[in-house]
Design a protein around this ligand. Sequence first.
Ligand SMILES: NC(=O)c1ccc[n+]([C@@H]2O[C@H](COP(=O)([O-])OP(=O)(O)OC[C@H]3O[C@@H](n4cnc5c(N)ncnc54)[C@H](OP(=O)(O)O)[C@@H]3O)[C@@H](O)[C@H]2O)c1
Length: 251
Amino acid sequence: MPDNLVALVTGANQGIGLQIAKDLAAYGFTVLVGARHLQNGEKAAQSIDGDGRAIQLDVTDQASIDSAADRVRDELGRLDVLVNNAGIAHAGKRGRSLAEIIRTGRASVASLDEVRAVFETNVFGVIAVTQAMLPLLRKAPAGRIVNVSSGRASLTLASDPSESRRREMFGVTYSSSKAALNAITVAFALDLEASGIKVNAAAPGFTVTAMNDFEGRHTVEEAAREPVRLALLGPDGPTGTFSDESGPIPW
Ligand SMILES: NC(=O)c1ccc[n+]([C@@H]2O[C@H](COP(=O)([O-])OP(=O)(O)OC[C@H]3O[C@@H](n4cnc5c(N)ncnc54)[C@H](OP(=O)(O)O)[C@@H]3O)[C@@H](O)[C@H]2O)c1
């Protein structure tokens, strides 16, 4: 067994995931930098100050997930922290503008193929990766799972007539996938309560990354703070919550 705590961050070759990986490495973790294209993961791992190791992991490919779990077991023996960060806002070409993402996600026009593809990554991928990593999380003394959600998942805020911008952005593709992710967070938290493994959802805020075609209000450094805080929760920390840096977000 390694001396260091061990973390796996999915989709860590760029954006918020890479920053989460850097922050956890700075806290002394051995960080597995999940990337669907290994070369991108290797490049990202080299930019980490500390023990960052690239690992091939496509969250929509069960064979890839299983071999990642085998590698973690063989190389490190346990997993202390799993950050389910990998996500997509749409299934089209890179560089779709935010306005276009919102327009194509509207309930009345969204392509069902695109909805399925987004759920495959943002929802089913999280269930698959979490289930595959659970035996390793159970071997850790205090396993933690952080699901990177979005403020856009909040059904309560989207139902509030005073939240006009949120209502405009609430579509059937990305927002609903993150609402489903929140439901999954609660389901895992309940199922794992007796084990002491804590499962929480973090909203990073509107952040300048490739996902938004580099629009946003937050830097990746700011966006990583809440997921990292939840990854480091002590024994008295909560489980089954949804929060950003300012505190709880209504479901
Ligand atoms: N940016 C925001 O404003 C914002 C706001 C709220 C929540 N979030 C959430 O934050 C998380 C990170 O997003 P980001 O903003 O950092 O976007 P990003 O820069 O586009 O990063 C997304 C990451 O997910 C990876 N990914 C996509 N599909 C994957 C798959 N099937 N298997 C493994 N990895 C996959 C991408 O890999 P490739 O490089 O290979 O594409 C990339 O590393 C996402 O869950 C997103 O929904 C972002």
